[in-house]
Each structure stands twice: as structure tokens, then as C-alpha cells.
Design a binder for this molecule. Structure first.
Ligand SMILES: [Zn+2]
Ligand SMILES: [Zn+2]
Ligand SMILES: [Zn+2]
Length: 178
């Protein structure tokens, strides 16, 4: 169905994105008495990562911020509930989210001024865009996996990869070039 684009050729980033489903699986296996070694083999990763995921799940179960460990506020919990994402369980408190946001904005600006990607702050930016090829690709894929439009990242998917407004825009563009 999907046409081969350069998106498909760029390798996926090394850091693994765990889904809540996988996290629950890990915890369930652990509760059933399966060893960490065997669980890490199942998920094709190392023991440290499995321990980390278990720790994150414990915090999530206690409604605590995954970063600082403080209890989440009522407002945080509401936001968490409303999140349309495949990682809903793991959540940061308002303070940590704010800190992370500021840190990201600062680095993004610094990188873009130097002609580097605003997302990984490492590779050269694609002319006319704010990200490098690699990041455009992984952002696009992550959005689709999270059920939102690959282009705008805001609206829910209506076609396989796009929301209705973006799909219409693309269609118009294609027609214009046809
Ligand atoms: Zn926090
Ligand atoms: Zn990048
Ligand atoms: Zn869109």
C-alpha cells in the first residue's frame, strides 16, 4: 500500500520506544515469577532496561511523576487521562514537563541557529524544514504509531498516515503537480 519513500530507508533511532502494552507485559511476566534475564531475552534487550521499565511502571501505579517521583496533582492526572498515546501510563508532573519543555526550546533554537536539526540537535537540517532527515522520519512514524497525523501531529488519523485536512492539502498539491 505505502510507496517506498526515503522515509522508509532511514534507520530507526537506537533508543527504544516502549509502549504501555509492552510495559504491562513485562510487569505481568515478572509477577508470574519469570526472571529478569529471561524477560530481557524475550524483549531482545538488556536487564537494565527491563529494570527501568519495571521501576517506571511502579511509579505510574502510584500516580507519581516518572522523573522526580513526586505525586501527580489532580490536574496532571486529568491530563494523563486525556492523553491519546500509546504511552499513557508513564507521566511527568507539571514542573518536570515545564523544565523539559524549556530545555528543549532552548536547545532547539541554539541548534537551528547553527543550521542543525531542531530535534536531535546533531545532524544538518533539511533546507526549508526544522529537522534533519532522520528526525523527520522518526517523528512521522512516532506520530502515526500514536494515532495522530504524520504531518501536523495534532489531529487524529483519518487516512492511514494523515488527518483529513492534511490529506486534502496533499491531494491538492498532488493535483497541482499532476
Ligand atoms: Zn516531576
Ligand atoms: Zn535530527
Ligand atoms: Zn494533519
Amino acid at each position: 500500500m505505502s510507496r517506498p519513500t526515503w522515509y522508509a530507508k532511514v534507520p530507526v533511532r537506537k533508543t527504544r520506544d516502549w509502549t504501555d502494552k509492552e510495559r504491562v507485559q513485562i510487569l505481568t511476566l515478572r509477577k508470574q515469577g519469570e526472571g529478569i534475564q529471561s524477560i530481557s531475552a524475550r524483549f531482545n534487550t538488556d536487564r537494565v532496561r527491563i529494570y527501568n521499565q519495571i521501576r517506571l511502571m511502579r511509579k505510574a501505579a502510584q500516580h507519581r511523576c516518572f522523573k522526580c517521583g513526586k505525586p501527580l496533582s489532580e490536574e496532571d492526572l486529568q491530563l494523563k487521562k486525556a492523553r491519546r498515546s500509546r504511552t499513557r501510563l508513564i507521566f511527568a508532573c507539571n514542573e518536570c514537563r515545564k523544565k523539559f519543555r524549556e530545555y528543549k526550546i532552548k536547545n532547539r533554537k541554539k541548534a537551528l541557529r547553527k543550521g542543525l536539526c531542531g530535534s536531535c540537535w546533531d545532524k544538518p537540517v533539511v533546507p526549508g524544514r526544522t529537522m534533519c532527515r532522520n528526525c523527520i522520519s522518526s517523528t512521522y512514524r512516532r506520530r502515526i504509531l500514536n494515532g495522530v497525523c504524520g504531518i501536523c501531529g495534532k489531529r487524529p488519523l483519518e487516512t492511514e498516515v494523515l488527518c483529513r485536512p492534511c490529506a486534502d492539502k496533499m491531494k491538492k498539491k498532488r493535483l497541482a503537480y499532476a
